[in-house]
Unconditional design. Structure first.
Lengths: 203, 214
């Protein structure tokens, strides 16, 4: 039982990680810009809030009928889910940077890249960690749900196919559910909490 | 060296028809009622703001952006919380690309001077207000400026600590011969520290008078 089952879990995990990373790369620059330029913020954020308010599971299961059930779909689903937590936490982080930090960067003549690496990114690091944690957890849950509903490749499908049939598979199904739960908690505690604690040094 | 300013109206007319010189090596205090625009004036000298008309000149050249020889100490201290004390002092030197050994030496010497040797690896959140401002002063001096701007630098500190800090700053001024510009609403403070005092009226601020202190 074990190796077969683990590969499904690993597949889902990998897809979520890829999706979240993809979202991060795309959203981080956007959220930074939006946080710093209120005109852009006022133009863009309402639209994003609107999209975020739409029923994601419905949209995503529909998406699967277009893209298919493979890993590409899983990554796209994860990235889409990860988009919103990252966008809003980073945007908020940037808005909370005290104006005087920008003044410090200016007075000491930091260039744009230096201002970004030496002031903005360290400032929003706690928000980034929160954003990543939220988006990972959110993505994980959404992907699992879509896997179950739409039979996208991954542990969700494994669970749904097993729960549907004989008692023997029921055990597998329940075991898989437990495993997913354990993984979620472990990820949260072992990984993200460690990163968030790093920020407590100076906060 | 003289700086010649002339910065008339802002959009909300914070300052009107301001014109004065600053003499090299002097301690000039700019005083006026709260909200009269004196901080705006200082920010323009720091290069953080631009006058809507008129010009600020430093050593003959117009000033339109932060200058490498003009530094600033902030009322809110504005230390970067993820950096240790010494890393904060080194900030300007890091921007300039100075090598690590040099940065550390300059920073430690300054921390010595402001009495913070031993605290170099602490984080700002572990410091009192007075200590934070000492770090702010050290940071400002690290880039070896010719002019040190102080924006209500003592206003957010308790009176006892502020008194000690003023004496230290006065000392630093006398020893370094740098030009100091302090904006404050505290008149006794200005009288204590200044060679000259520039008095601004209420908004829109105009130069009311310039007083020399013996």
């Amino acid at each position: 039982m074990t190796p077969f089952f683990i590969s499904h879990v690993a597949q889902s995990l990998a897809n979520v990680t890829t999706g979240v990373s993809l979202a991060l790369v795309l959203v981080l620059p956007l959220a930074l810009l939006v946080g710093m330029r209120s005109q852009l913020d006022q133009a863009l954020t309402p639209i994003i809030m609107l999209v975020g308010a739409l029923p994601d599971l419905a949209i995503l299961t529909f998406l699967v009928t277009i893209i298919g059930r493979g890993n590409v779909a899983a990554v796209a689903i994860s990235a889409f889910s990860a988009f919103f937590p990252i966008y809003f936490t980073i945007r908020q982080g940037v808005k909370e940077i005290p104006a005087d930090y920008f003044h410090v960067a200016s007075v000491f003549r930091a260039g744009r890249a230096q201002t970004l690496t030496k002031m903005i990114l360290p400032s929003i690091f706690p928000n980034l960690m929160t954003g990543l944690r939220l988006s990972f957890e959110f993505s994980w849950n959404v992907l699992l749900a879509v896997e179950i509903i739409a039979s996208v490749a991954g542990i969700g499908t494994f669970i749904s196919t097993n729960l549907g049939s004989s008692t023997h598979s029921l055990t597998y199904g329940l075991a898989a559910i437990m495993t997913v739960g354990i993984i979620t908690i472990t990820m949260d505690r072992a990984f993200f909490e460690r990163l968030e604690n790093r920020t407590k040094r100076w906060h | 060296m003289t700086k010649v300013y002339e910065d008339p109206p802002e959009t909300v007319t914070a300052l009107k028809d301001i014109s004065f010189n600053v003499n090299e090596g002097e301690f000039l205090c700019i005083v006026g009622p709260s909200g009269c625009g004196k901080s705006t004036l200082l920010r323009m000298i720091a290069g953080l703001d631009r006058p809507s008309s008129g010009q600020i000149r430093f050593r003959g050249d117009p000033l339109t952006a932060p200058h490498s020889k003009i530094s600033m100490v902030f009322q809110t201290f504005a230390l970067l919380p993820w950096r240790t004390v010494i890393q904060n002092v080194e900030f300007g030197l890091e921007i300039q690309g100075r090598p690590k050994m040099e940065r550390q030496k300059v920073a430690m010497d300054l921390l010595d001077m402001v009495g913070l040797r031993g605290s170099e690896n602490l984080y700002p959140k572990q410091l009192s207000g007075g200590m934070k401002q000492r770090v702010g002063i050290a940071r400002a001096l690290a880039i070896d400026p010719e002019v040190v701007l102080m924006d209500e630098a003592f206003s957010a500190i308790d009176e006892f600590t502020a008194e000690a800090l003023r004496a230290e700053v006065s000392d630093i001024h006398k020893k370094s011969r740098k030009t100091f510009l302090l904006v404050t609403h505290n008149l006794p403070e200005a009288i204590e520290l200044a060679d000259r005092i520039l008095v601004l009226s209420a908004r829109p601020a105009r130069v009311k008078t310039i007083v020399g202190i013996a």
